[in-house]
Write a protein that binds this ligand. Structure first.
Ligand SMILES: [Zn+2]
Length: 265
């Protein structure tokens, strides 16, 4: 099937100066379905160096992929282990925001919201998997089945977390624009994703171990440099770098919404 809509330009800088970079084998992925191509083609932007897939999935392909939920993404999964990981993420945010609404985008197993509530935040979650949203609602948490670009909330958020989310979005700038819109000035954006500039990423690629080149759910491979530039362009100042304990080779960055940030185009 023709499962991807091709990117005609770089999804970050709109350049049409694109080159084929490499392919990845996704046939062993947990969500792989024989109706989909067994390989993923990656491109590199000649202007901003961003690396991304040659296209993003059609609605039909999304239905095939997201019809199944991996165990680690089910609400309440590995509750106690995930609470410890979530607490470490929240502790990185506390110097910049310690109360208010915490919006978690793509809440998955819900752990970050359960734990943010313990720390005194008002938890709100969005996820595209409707069964996850129903599960969160059934245990009394505010949850919405909506893309962040389509979300409106009655009050600005103190924190927006996008843990392993931007690399899943066909157009990450839409996500950052929405996060900026939903945050109060001085509010915190917590983002995580694999870092292609980390030594561990390079070592894994050299050892022919490619955890992300065959990742069906990712459209982007960000470097720290490219992410920082993108955050700056969307009205955020990076406050601290950290690594993620959730997934391999990932960075976890705390950024703060600047005062007087105009709505970037
Ligand atoms: Zn570019």
């Amino acid at each position: 099937m023709n499962e991807r809509i091709p990117y005609l330009a770089c999804p970050l800088c709109e350049s049409r100066n694109l080159a084929a970079l490499r392919t990845g084998d996704c046939s062993g992925h947990a969500l792989y379905d024989k109706r989909l191509s067994p390989t993923i083609a990656w491109k590199k932007c000649g202007d901003c160096d961003h690396v991304f897939t040659d296209g993003y999935y059609t609605e039909e392909a999304c239905r095939i992929l997201f019809g199944r939920t991996q165990e680690r993404q089910q609400v309440g999964g590995l509750l106690e282990q995930n609470r410890i990981l979530s607490a470490r993420m929240i502790e990185k945010v506390l110097p910049y925001a310690a109360a208010g609404t915490w919006l978690d985008v793509g809440f998955g197993n819900g752990s970050l919201l359960f734990t943010a509530q313990e720390f005194g935040f008002r938890p709100v979650g969005i996820d595209l998997r409707s069964e996850n949203v129903q599960a969160m609602k059934s245990i009394g948490f505010e949850a919405h089945c909506v893309d962040i670009a389509g979300l409106t909330l009655p009050e600005p958020c103190a924190v927006v977390s996008m843990a392993d989310v931007l690399e899943h979005m066909p157009f990450p700038k839409d996500g950052l624009r929405a996060a900026n819109r939903l945050l109060r000035t001085g509010g915190v954006l917590l983002v995580s994703m694999p870092n292609t500039e980390s030594f561990v990423w390079q070592a894994m690629t050299e050892q022919d171990e490619k955890p992300y080149w065959g990742e069906l759910e990712h459209y982007h491979n960000f470097s720290r440099t490219r992410l920082y530039a993108l955050l700056e362009a969307h009205g955020f100042g990076v406050a601290r770098y950290g690594i993620s304990e959730r997934y391999r080779a990932c960075m976890e960055v705390v950024a703060v919404k600047r005062s007087g940030a105009s709505s970037p185009g």
